[in-house]
Ligand binder design. Structure first.
Ligand SMILES: [Zn+2]
Length: 458
């Protein structure tokens, strides 16, 4: 039986062979992309009908040889609950039963292969129910390149730059059950060396690790940014990344601005998920290119109907064209996305979305009144000494925990939120703002859940 390291070396070589093709697709025309998607959609539906009993029943009226994107609305939608409740019937390898996959996840102390072929990752917390996702040999490589390919394209376009291997530092998840951590381990020291600095480490350790490593590419979770920026402003963090790339949580405007002002280099936003890999920005503005060759993303309203281009969608349906191990067809994700019209200056014909700002779940409901998380975010995000924050809904308002990096007038912050809520029609809201030393992160992913509605546990 091959060892982990033997498998990993072979995997890196195979992944490297896939890169040129995946890079080329970034410069395909919209027509070529559409032709490719149609062929891939038919292949996916064929596999799903052949090998997944759950899909076979649901897609019995769908002809795999005829289906195209214009007919997607006729196909049923699936949710994370559907996936987890019917897992064994959805996966296309009988060995991948949910109990087997969960046992594998439980056994992980670092990255590992299942049946010498598969990678398993779990996600949840920030969306409520936990999900489990399986990728085979090649699709795990595609997940990896979906994070990095715009980065590599940009590096190759900079002819004046030396071609030395880039060193990436990722301040993100600490546990291999989360794909961002596992994938960095699988492909460590490939075309771009990636080293993970768990976001749960004390900031002093992260800073000394980064100072020693001197990354050319800095990445991680946006919620780690305020602390890093503060360390850089105080002169303790001394790095000079050529590019910056953050993922895993919404890249809020104030965080993007803090990064741009501190390191004065392009900031790449990566919008990714364990379900479908990553959509990355080209670095030329505050947008993200959808991976129009790898997934079909439908932007829809609350009722599931298409939104007009340029309008904000309430949620999306994602069809993952590349992962045949676990076919996800019109899989619902409650991210609110908005398409940007027109061609991108970088030349890519892959559609663009504005930096995603969060999920529909980030709304608090008080009786008939719905309050978007943005109300809190805009008050808290404007204060430079608010490092991180977490807003927990209460019956009559919210409790806000703030990790301060300088003086913050908590009474004044509370008063401003109360005033803004009043404007929205909520009288005499009760808001507390309390400084804390530490905010609790979600165990498996290390992410910070900023907004906790009354109905959710966190
Ligand atoms: Zn672009």
């Amino acid at each position: 039986m091959a060892t982990y390291e033997e498998l990993r070396q072979r995997h890196m070589a195979d992944a490297a062979a896939m890169l040129p093709g995946l890079l080329e697709r970034l410069d395909w025309s919209a027509e070529l992309l559409a032709t490719h998607r149609q062929a891939e959609l038919r292949r996916l539906v064929r596999v799903a009908k052949d090998l997944s009993p759950w899909h076979r029943k649901r897609l019995s009226n769908v002809d795999a040889d005829e289906v195209d994107e214009s007919m997607l609305a006729e196909l049923p939608v699936m949710t994370k609950n559907d996936l987890m409740a019917n897992f064994d019937e959805i996966v296309t390898d009988d060995r991948l039963r949910l109990d087997v996959v969960e046992d594998h996840l439980d056994s992980l102390t670092g990255d590992a292969y299942l049946f010498d072929r598969y990678h398993v990752c779990a996600s949840g917390g920030s969306t409520g129910r936990r999900g489990v996702f399986v990728y085979d040999w090649d699709t795990w490589s595609i997940m990896y390149w979906s994070i990095l390919r715009y980065e590599i394209r940009a590096l190759r376009q900079q002819v004046s730059q030396p071609t030395a291997a880039a060193r990436g530092a990722v301040v993100a998840a600490s546990h291999a059950t989360h794909y961002s951590s596992a994938i960095a381990q699988t492909f460590a020291s490939g075309d771009i060396e990636l080293r993970c600095f768990p976001v749960t480490l004390p900031i002093g350790e992260i800073v000394s690790g980064l100072n020693a490593y001197q990354p050319t590419l800095l990445g991680g979770y946006p919620s780690a940014v305020p602390a890093l920026v503060n360390e850089a402003r105080e002169g303790r963090l001394r790095i000079a990344p050529a590019r910056i790339s953050f993922a895993g949580e919404p890249l809020l405007p104030e965080i993007r601005t803090a990064l741009e002002q501190t390191w004065k280099v392009p900031v790449i936003n990566i919008y990714g998920a364990s379900e479908f890999g990553c959509h990355a920005s080209c670095g030329l503005g505050s947008w993200v290119h959808l991976s129009d060759d790898l997934v079909i993303v439908e932007l829809v309203d609350a009722a599931g109907g298409p939104v007009v281009p340029g309008a904000s969608a309430d949620k999306i349906y994602v069809t993952n064209l590349f992962n045949h191990t676990m076919p996800l067809i019109r899989y619902e994700v409650t991210d609110q996305l908005r398409l940007i019209q027109g061609p991108c200056p970088c030349g890519s014909a892959h559609r663009r979305i504005a930096d995603p700002q969060g999920r529909q779940d980030d709304c608090f409901r008080y009786g008939d009144l719905t309050v978007n998380a943005h109300v809190f975010r805009s008050v808290l995000g404007r204060r430079r000494n608010v490092g991180e924050y977490q807003v927990r809904q209460t019956a009559s308002g919210a409790d806000v925990a703030v990790r301060c990096i300088g003086p913050v007038d908590c009474t004044e912050v509370a008063a401003e939120i109360i005033r803004d809520l009043e404007v929205l029609g909520m009288d005499s809201a009760e808001i507390t703002v309390v400084p804390v030393d530490h905010l609790e992160r979600i165990a498996a992913s290390g992410k910070l859940k900023r907004f906790i509605p009354l109905s959710a546990k966190a």
